[in-house]
Design a protein around this ligand. Structure first.
Ligand SMILES: *[C@@H]1O[C@H](CO)[C@@H](O)[C@H](O)[C@H]1NC(C)=O
Ligand SMILES: *[C@@H]1O[C@H](CO)[C@@H](O)[C@H](O)[C@H]1NC(C)=O
Ligand SMILES: *[C@@H]1O[C@H](CO)[C@@H](O)[C@H](O)[C@H]1NC(C)=O
Ligand SMILES: *[C@@H]1O[C@H](CO)[C@@H](O)[C@H](O)[C@H]1NC(C)=O
Ligand SMILES: *[C@@H]1O[C@H](CO)[C@@H](O)[C@H](O)[C@H]1NC(C)=O
Ligand SMILES: *[C@@H]1O[C@H](CO)[C@@H](O)[C@H](O)[C@H]1NC(C)=O
Ligand SMILES: *[C@@H]1O[C@H](CO)[C@@H](O)[C@H](O)[C@H]1NC(C)=O
Ligand SMILES: *[C@@H]1O[C@H](CO)[C@@H](O)[C@H](O)[C@H]1NC(C)=O
Length: 281
């Protein structure tokens, strides 16, 4: 009796928890590997809100890997609060006594979303380092949409590089502008790191999720072995706020008994249903 009761309770709990967050559109797959794919994102035409929300799930990887639309942007998590967690390569410029050994300069282009200015920072690391980030402002006219911000650090000794803070000695950080949808990073050195090769053989620059970044002195050497770091993207539907779309016929995403709300950053709107999903089922 007790066993049966436990079994029924367990089954009921399983059913309830499975239904607690019915995140995908009915009949749609809601996972790719270990990434949950909530509506408005989807793996096929009939499952996403529009093509910008297509996630391609590549099953040649084990577990399968999620990519944003048809790009090479790896998605690690999607939240219904309008955040997309991705992985992005870091820029590196490395030297040894015979010259340059590694020079990798990535860029990122988002067709639809923007890089979260609230969640990320731009960081450069190195003791012979000039790094810059050239960003594209999504909403600006094409002749005034570029801006550049930079970071510079030079140091002669590891001794004065603090171990736990990005102070300006060996590490420099700055905030991002709002509304950036693509960027390029450039890094150069003045002296090919000569004289400091033992403790700072490379310059690095990257955008990183602020709360996942704790500077450590060892990064001057060890980031050489790190390829990618976490970045947060802001997503939302369309360009108009809730107030604007509610007045127009564009208001077609928040369906059923859901609440429309404006994202903290960027344009567009988000929906929230009482059951925790984006669109009520
Ligand atoms: C999946 O990834 C593999 C390895 O990177 C690649 O060769 C293949 O084209 C990808 N498949 C799809 C459907 O994108
Ligand atoms: C998915 O798995 C990968 C490696 O297996 C891990 O790095 C990543 O953090 C996981 N993502 C989530 C959302 O759990
Ligand atoms: C994305 O995933 C592919 C396949 O695993 C990998 O080759 C690539 O390096 C990853 N890119 C980033 C930026 O992590
Ligand atoms: C510098 O690096 C290159 C490529 O990795 C290597 O071939 C060369 O021997 C290195 N030189 C010294 C002095 O370590
Ligand atoms: C610097 O900090 C790292 C991580 O907190 C720690 O592992 C390391 O021992 C510290 N190094 C020094 C020289 O204090
Ligand atoms: C740095 O290295 C480049 C080639 O890798 C060389 O042309 C340049 O003269 C070097 N500069 C200095 C200051 O050593
Ligand atoms: C960074 O340091 C803080 C305080 O020491 C710690 O709470 C946090 O977990 C660290 N974060 C990472 C990603 O290491
Ligand atoms: C939406 O939910 C509220 C609170 O649960 C309820 O009062 C209302 O009748 C619902 N409206 C619709 C259209 O289902």
């Amino acid at each position: 009796m007790l066993f049966l009761f436990t079994l029924v309770a367990a089954l009921l709990a399983a059913t309830l928890s499975a239904q607690e967050f019915p995140v995908a559109r009915a009949g749609c797959q809601d996972r790719c590997g270990n990434v949950t794919i909530p509506f408005p994102f989807g793996l096929t035409d009939d499952c996403y809100y529009d093509a910008g929300f297509l996630i391609s799930c590549n099953h040649t990887f084990s577990p399968p890997k999620a990519f944003l639309t048809a790009s090479a942007i790896n998605v690690t998590e999607i939240t219904l609060e309008g955040k997309l967690h991705i992985e992005q390569f870091i820029a590196k410029d490395c030297y040894n006594a015979s010259g340059q050994t590694d020079n990798n300069i990535p860029s990122l282009t988002l067709s639809k979303f923007i890089i979260s200015d609230a969640d990320n920072i731009f960081v450069s690391i190195g003791c012979d380092t000039i790094a810059s980030l050239r960003g594209n402002l999504k909403e600006a006219a094409s002749n005034e949409n570029k801006y550049t911000v930079g970071c510079m650090s030079f140091c002669d000794s590891l001794k004065y590089v603090p171990n736990d803070t990005c102070s300006g000695i060996g590490c420099c950080q700055t905030s991002l502008a709002k509304g950036v949808d693509d960027f390029n990073i450039a890094i150069t050195s003045l002296k090919n790191h000569s004289g400091i090769l033992d403790f700072s053989p490379c310059s690095y620059a990257f955008i990183i999720e602020k709360k996942k970044f704790n500077f450590s002195r060892s990064y001057l050497r060890d980031l050489k072995n790190v390829d990618k770091l976490p970045v947060v993207i802001d997503w939302s539907i369309g360009k108009n706020s809730c107030a604007e779309v509610k007045k127009s016929s564009l208001y077609n995403a928040c369906q059923g008994n859901s609440t429309c709300y404006d994202p903290d950053n960027g344009d567009g709107y988000l929906c929230r249903c009482l059951d925790g999903s984006f669109m009520c089922h």
